[in-house]
Design a protein around this ligand. Sequence first.
Ligand SMILES: Cc1cc2nc3c(=O)[nH]c(=O)nc-3n(C[C@H](O)[C@H](O)[C@H](O)COP(=O)(O)OP(=O)(O)OC[C@H]3O[C@@H](n4cnc5c(N)ncnc54)[C@H](O)[C@@H]3O)c2cc1C
Length: 231
Amino acid sequence: MLERRLFTADHELFRDTVRRFIAAEITPHHDHWEEQGYVDRELWLKAGQAGLLCLTMPEQYGGAGADRLYSTIMIEEAARAGVSGPGFSLHSEIVAPYLMRYGTEEQKQRYLPRMAAGETIAAIAMTEPGAGSDLQAIRTTARRDGDHYVINGSKTYITNGYNCDLVVLVAKTNPELGAKGTSLILVETGTEGFRKGKRLKKLGLKAQDTSELFFDDVRVPASNLLGREAC
Ligand SMILES: Cc1cc2nc3c(=O)[nH]c(=O)nc-3n(C[C@H](O)[C@H](O)[C@H](O)COP(=O)(O)OP(=O)(O)OC[C@H]3O[C@@H](n4cnc5c(N)ncnc54)[C@H](O)[C@@H]3O)c2cc1C
């Protein structure tokens, strides 16, 4: 009954598309992905081609401009099929909105269309070995050096951490201010000093690449700041 009130005929057509996509492109490979500890990158490209990523982002940034019920359908259908590997929700429903909300026009143009196409896989890195719920305890720093930030620290339990091309990193830009000195910095895979650690073995979500990330004197342009610097 609840479903009838919430979902329109268009939503149900979309649900059918998602169900068929999962049956054809995910379920047959999921056991293998659980063994290897991550889903193949090719899946992200296929999901992008099928229009299943960054659904709620505006069309001008490669999304579908869809309402949140479309995202809900993605989550429901993955749960229904028991496929926990693809980290699509984090990519589309957490990282993309951060970029949309806080990004400059240049940052949005650079990342969102590629994320919608599945060409750029995104992660968000908050948690550290010594900071989980108590996020103010993070020790990763991003110190300003002229036109750059120099980043040092490590993160753990990062969803999409092994496959990711882009990380929204939570770091202290003003450590002396405690929790208030925390900012968001965009770091791309391939930047010197940025290294991916091991994929963590978990009780469940075995095909999801939950990883460690390390940052040793990573220099990124100051324009990689997402939103304002905390001060
Ligand atoms: C599969 C998976 C994927 C993840 N993906 C990401 C990701 O993409 N990016 C990222 O940054 N992090 C990620 N995390 C980390 C996740 O955000 C942390 O596990 C979470 O913040 C909790 O931190 P913690 O594990 O250190 O537990 P702790 O903070 O040590 O908490 C342990 C227990 O103590 C309780 N507790 C803590 N503080 C208090 C308090 N003040 N009062 C009462 N109870 C308290 C908690 O509720 C919990 O039950 C992921 C974790 C998992 C398991």
